[in-house]
Design a protein around this ligand. Structure first.
Ligand SMILES: Nc1ccn([C@@H]2O[C@H](COP(=O)(O)OP(=O)(O)OP(=O)(O)O)[C@@H](O)[C@H]2O)c(=O)n1
Ligand SMILES: O=C(CO)[C@H](O)[C@H](O)COP(=O)(O)O
Length: 445
């Protein structure tokens, strides 16, 4: 059966654990950046994340899964990608013995749930095997988590896996016993002689790169590891091969998106950071406080930012229905007109903190202080650089990056348009770069 043919149960699937004991559908406070797909899986699915390697190829001291960007270790991004999938019931993370405490700290710090940690082995297969066996023990005598029907295995260093693809893998694994992600080959694979000459070359169109995630029925992956040889444990790199050789299970292969790529070298960590930044920079919300001047500025910014590829919503405040903006990946731009007082920003920071919005990612808040020339001539200075610096220093401790932009009203249309464009450019650069060095600066537009 084609994976696309599998009946996708997508309509209003209600969380009913009694009727579907395998469905895991709890929502997690402060982590609602992800829209659930609405898909249900009516069998228990658990995940094994092998994270027991040392990451030699990065050349770094720290194993790559524990290297951080935007204040969070890579492994936490991967866990989050699985944790937000409501139909996944548990995640078994496998780490080297000496990193068990570190991993436990990460789980606590980023409030990961559904996660257990077990010690790994000297090779990837040994680590995965430990994780799979631990899933079996998890089912015994515990009511919260059942023995899984399907086990998804995914390298802890592939952080960008999407729910839709996991769904395809889980459904195909249940149907076929095994399923795995593939990608087209980038380069031709050749065999070399022991003297370093070309022996033969493979016809590229016939081959595919095997990627992760892979899915197996629990019985297939358990049997494969029970039956495989020491040599497989020591030198093997392919779980699908074990399922074929030891269980006669031909895996269904499904072409996955390019984002399934594995962090292998140091440069891949920088690439992962830039993908996360790009994702976090797509939308911002302007809060006007309801003032006419602020709304006019917001409308002008909306036009200017449109060209910069940022989705921009304009709302008067974060009250009532607008509180939903606190729950998603929005960045915030607070416009204050003719007041150098930062109380509106302080109130917003309080609301963001209460919603636990900056737990997983640094959040950008930009205060745009819109002042008339009259205000300037009365006060004789630009708005409170010291106050914003103090507020930003405190906010930074809570993972909120506060920046300021000072915009002076001008009666000259051309000058005004230039300033608005500058605000749009500065704001989108601040949102995109999330530079800690610029936190608390009051930039001039
Ligand atoms: N004994 C091992 C070796 C690897 N892995 C995990 O398997 C995944 C894919 O392996 P790879 O990219 O090769 O990771 P490393 O072995 O850490 O990297 P390197 O080969 O560069 O040392 C990683 O999440 C890694 O932590 C594991 O759980 N246990
Ligand atoms: O793609 C894979 C499975 O097919 C694995 O991710 C890959 O084998 C990881 O191993 P390596 O240590 O060789 O990078």
């Amino acid at each position: 059966m084609e994976v696309n043919d599998i009946n996708m149960q997508s309509d209003n699937c209600e969380p009913d654990r009694a009727a579907h004991p395998g469905i895991f559908l709890c929502r997690e406070a402060g982590k609602s950046d992800h829209q659930p797909s609405g898909r249900c899986v009516d069998f228990p699915v658990s995940v094994v994340l092998p994270a027991g390697g040392s990451g030699e190829r990065t050349g770094l001291q720290t194993p790559k899964q524990f290297c951080s960007f935007l204040g969070r270790p890579l492994i936490s991004y991967t866990i989050q990608a699985f944790e937000r999938v409501l139909w996944i019931q548990s995640i078994m993370v496998v780490v080297a013995k000496e990193n068990m405490d570190l991993m436990t700290d990460i789980i606590q710090r980023f409030q990961h749930r559904k996660v257990r940690v077990v010690p790994g082995g000297s090779t990837r297969h040994r680590s995965i095997c430990n994780g799979v066996l631990a899933l079996g023990e998890e089912g015994e005598g515990t009511s919260a988590v059942e023995r899984p029907k399907v086990v998804i295995i995914h390298d802890a260093v592939r952080p960008f896996v999407e729910e839709d693809f996991l769904y395809k893998i889980a459904m195909a694994a249940k149907e076929q016993g095994a399923a795995g992600a593939i990608r087209p080959l980038v380069s031709t694979v050749i065999a070399t002689t022991s003297e370093g000459y070309l022996d033969h070359s493979l016809e590229r169109a016939k081959y595919r790169a095997s990627e992760m995630p892979q899915g197996f029925t629990y019985d297939v992956i358990c049997q494969a590891y029970q039956r495989c040889s020491e040599s497989d444990f020591e030198f093997g790199t392919e779980c699908l091969h074990l399922a074929l050789q030891y269980c006669g299970t031909n895996a269904k292969l499904i072409e996955g998106p390019p984002t399934l790529w594995k962090v292998t070298y140091k440069r891949d960590l920088a690439a992962a950071e830039s993908i996360v930044k790009e994702t976090l920079s797509r939308s911002a919300c302007i809060i006007t406080g309801g003032s006419t001047q602020a709304v006019t500025l917001a409308d002008a910014l909306q036009k200017a930012v449109g060209a910069l590829d940022v989705e921009l919503d304009v709302i008067p405040d974060l009250m009532g229905d607008n509180a939903r903006y606190l729950l998603k990946e929005w960045n915030f731009i607070q416009v204050s007109v003719n007041t150098s007082c930062l109380s509106e920003v302080e109130a917003m920071l309080g609301a963001l903190e209460a919603a636990n919005r900056a737990l997983l990612h640094p959040l950008v808040v930009i205060w745009v202080h819109f002042s008339s020339m009259d205000e300037l001539s009365v006060s004789g200075r630009v708005a409170e650089p010291a106050a914003i610096m103090d507020l930003a220093s405190t906010a930074k401790l809570r993972n909120i990056l506060l920046y300021g932009i000072q915009l002076h009203q001008s009666k000259e249309a051309e000058r005004w348009e230039r300033s608005v464009l500058r605000v749009a450019e500065i704001a989108s650069a601040l949102i995109r770069d999330r530079s800690p060095a610029l936190v608390g600066q009051l930039l001039q537009a």
